[in-house]
Design a protein around this ligand. Sequence first.
Ligand SMILES: C[S@@+](CC[C@H](N)C(=O)[O-])C[C@H]1O[C@@H](n2cnc3c(N)ncnc32)[C@H](O)[C@@H]1O
Length: 393
Amino acid sequence: MGAEELQTRAACVSDARDMHELHARAVDAFCRGHYSDDQVKALLTGRTAEGYLPAIERDEMFVMESNGRMVGFGHASRGEVQALFVDPDWAGRGVGSALLEHALRLAARDHEGPIQLKSTLNAVGFYRTHGFVEIEPTELKKHGVTLPFVLMEQTRPVAVAAYESMAEAYAAAIEENPRSIYYERPALVDLLPDVSGRRVLDAGCGPGAMVEWFLGQGADVVGVDASANMLKLAEQRVGDAAVLHLADLEQPMPFLADSSFDVVLSSGTLGYVRDWLALFQEFSRVLRPGGCAVFSVGHPCSEYTLNETDDYFSTELRDYTWRGLGDPIVVPCYRRPLEHMIDPMVRAGFSIEQMVEAVPTKEFAEVNPDEYAQLMRRPRVLCVRARKQADAT
Ligand SMILES: C[S@@+](CC[C@H](N)C(=O)[O-])C[C@H]1O[C@@H](n2cnc3c(N)ncnc32)[C@H](O)[C@@H]1O
């Protein structure tokens, strides 16, 4: 059973009793060994089913079910994951990751900074694998007993605040933007293998245009994006025909099984990820041997000249000001030299099969002849198909 067969919904008053019972079993199963008997007792003493009602009414609690049975629940408020509980019978089956993903969506509502949580000692490793770092030890006093926790924080990806704020405008514009439909997308699609009946990961799926395209080609699609607003738009577009995850590509994606995809596609997103070695190692892990990664990224040549940097050889975070989607908006993005693109891919076990310096299609000339002429002379987008070598793990 994978996390993809789990359903999440807002908690309601009638869930409180089951939550209470699951909470007690989870603390008992997971906290022993990390806390003394007295501490475990203090963690549970004084709790009642009614205690959940105020948070349920504030719409901060949610439950996860499998076939109508509650297998976990969580609580998140603005900027903070308050608590997650997994039914011990369901440990190790992806419920924790799925709960955390949902909690992060709630915590990110109307919130721009890092997301914080106070982890019980047993859960620190779990949160670490989901990109949280330890800030400091902290404690809570309950019934005269001191309970140690660890304050942890997940930094938000560099461009996510920008994408959160412009998601709707981006989604509306992308369908008509010649740079997308007559330039970047056709170049990328040309590099894709036949995806019918294949499993595809869209890494940085945004509002889901390519997710929809892949579905139309008969592929089984999973989309990942770090912007909850973008995912909402993707959901509106494709419903539950594709599985969509809120996740940061800077972090491992433990909710995706090893060797489970034929193709990883990433359109216009990898510039927002600093560590390409870790990223391509993760792509390699989730791809089947012989599977491929196809992506587009800002061309290193134009990124270099546009940025007026005097150090071509470093990877640097630059601010790009986007105009044309309402108020100007600053979108931070990494500019990197060509070597910093190729080397991590090769070290992660990929061989580069094809590289294309995109040129616009003829239709572009009809809608914007000046920009067409420019793009025919100056590269702006580099597209790559890299294949996971059959002997790569
Ligand atoms: C230029 S948009 C491309 C969206 C989509 N692929 C398309 O072609 O329309 C970049 C996307 O990357 C997402 N993104 C930025 N940083 C990310 C990260 N670290 N992890 C996952 N997604 C990220 C943004 O939220 C946004 O949806």
